[in-house]
Design a protein around this ligand. Structure first.
Ligand SMILES: Nc1ncnc2c1ncn2[C@@H]1O[C@H](COP(=O)(O)OP(=O)(O)OP(=O)(O)O)[C@@H](O)[C@H]1O
Length: 295
C-alpha cells in the first residue's frame, strides 16, 4: 500500500486564456500536515477544488488515498473532508443543531448523532456556546464549528482552505492546536495559507506556489536553507524594524554590508544577525519568479 495520501502529477488548469495551474507535482505522506503557501491568485483554491473533485483538471493526474480524482470521484469524496474559506453552517440554528443536522444527513441515528455532536462540541471547545445561534458566534467560534461540521464522519484526508484567514492571534492558535491534534489522530491534512508563520508552525512539508507553479518545496528548515546565509536586521530605539539585509554571515561580508549602509541610519540604530525566516524565503522565491516572468 502506498505511503502517500496525496499524489499530484503534471496537473494543469486554464480558465479561458489564463493558465491557473501550470504543471503541478506534489506528494503528501499519510499522517502529515502539508501546507500550500502562495500569494493571492496563485492557484491554491483551484488546486484544492481539483483535489476534492469540485473542478476537473485539463490534464495531469491526482490521486487521494490511491483514488483518481477524475476516474474515482465517489471514492475520493468518501476519503476526504473539506473546509472552505466560508463556513457552510446555518446561522439561524445553534451550533448544536447544526452539528446534529449534519450527523443526521450523514446517516447517523438520532442517538449516534447526539453522542457525536456532544463529542465534537467538547473537543472543539464549543460546549459553552452549543445552545447559542451561530449568528452570535465570533469569527474563531464559527471557524471551529465549520471544521467540526466537516469532521462529523471520519475521513482520512482533510482539506483546509485558508483555515485561519481573518482570525485574531488567539483564535488562530486555538485552531492550530486543533489541527495538530487531528494529525496526532492520524489524519493527513492539506492546508492552504498566505501566512508564513502558519506553514512554519504546522506543516511537515511546505510547497510554495506562485503563478500556478511550485517554486519550492521541502520542510520549513530546508526552505530557509535555500535563502543562504544570515540576515542583518536594523531596528530603531523603539525596536521597530527599519531594514533587513542579506549577508553570508562571514565577518568580511557583514563589515562590507554595514559600511555600505551605516551612514543612512541614526546612531542609536541597533543591529542583530539572524537566520532567514519564512518571510525572507517566501519573498525571495516569489520575487525571483516575478522577475523571471517580467524579463
Ligand atoms: N471559475 C473560475 N473562472 C475563471 N477564473 C477563475 C476561476 N476560479 C479561479 N479563477 C482565477 O484563477 C486564479 C487563481 O485563483 P485561486 O482562487 O485558485 O487562487 P488562490 O491562490 O486560492 O488565491 P486566494 O488566496 O486569493 O484565494 C485567479 O486569477 C482567479 O481569478
Amino acid at each position: 500500500m502506498s505511503t502517500l495520501a496525496i499524489e499530484v502529477n503534471g496537473l494543469r488548469k486554464r480558465f479561458g486564456k489564463q493558465t491557473v495551474l501550470d504543471g503541478i507535482n506534489l506528494a503528501v505522506a499519510k499522517g502529515t500536515i502539508f501546507a500550500l503557501l502562495g500569494p493571492n491568485g496563485a492557484g491554491k483554491t483551484t488546486l484544492i477544488h481539483i483535489l476534492s473533485t469540485l473542478t476537473e483538471p485539463d490534464s495531469g493526474h491526482a490521486r487521494i488515498d490511491g483514488y483518481d480524482v477524475v476516474g474515482d470521484r465517489k471514492e475520493v469524496r468518501n476519503s476526504i473532508s473539506l473546509t472552505g474559506q466560508f463556513a457552510a453552517v446555518d446561522e439561524v440554528l445553534t451550533g448544536e443543531e447544526n452539528l446534529k443536522m449534519m450527523c443526521r444527513l450523514s446517516g447517523l441515528s438520532v442517538k449516534e448523532s447526539s453522542a457525536r455532536t456532544a463529542e465534537l462540541l467538547k473537543s472543539f471547545d464549543l460546549a459553552g456556546a452549543a445552545g447559542k445561534r451561530v449568528k452570535t458566534y465570533s469569527g474563531g467560534m464559527r471557524r471551529k464549528l465549520d471544521l467540526a461540521v466537516s469532521l462529523v464522519v471520519h475521513r482520512p484526508v482533510l482539506f483546509l482552505d485558508e483555515p485561519t484567514t481573518g482570525l485574531d492571534t488567539i483564535s488562530r492558535r486555538a485552531l492550530w492546536d486543533i489541527i495538530l491534534r487531528l494529525k496526532q489522530q492520524g489524519m493527513t491534512i492539506f492546508l492552504t495559507t498566505q501566512y508564513l508563520e502558519e506553514a512554519d508552525q504546522l506543516a511537515d512539508t511546505i510547497a510554495v506556489i506562485n503563478r500556478g507553479r511550485v517554486v519550492a518545496s521541502g520542510t520549513a528548515d530546508e526552505l530557509k536553507a535555500r535563502v543562504s546565509g544570515e540576515v542583518i536586521e536594523l531596528r530603531n530605539g523603539n525596536d521597530e524594524l527599519l531594514r533587513t539585509v542579506p549577508t553570508s554571515g562571514g565577518i568580511e561580508d557583514v563589515r562590507h554590508k554595514l559600511n555600505e549602509i551605516a551612514h543612512s541610519f541614526a546612531s542609536d540604530t541597533r543591529i542583530s544577525i539572524r537566520k532567514p525566516s519564512m518571510d525572507d524565503v517566501f519573498l525571495a522565491l516569489t520575487a525571483k519568479e516575478t522577475e523571471a516572468a517580467l524579463v
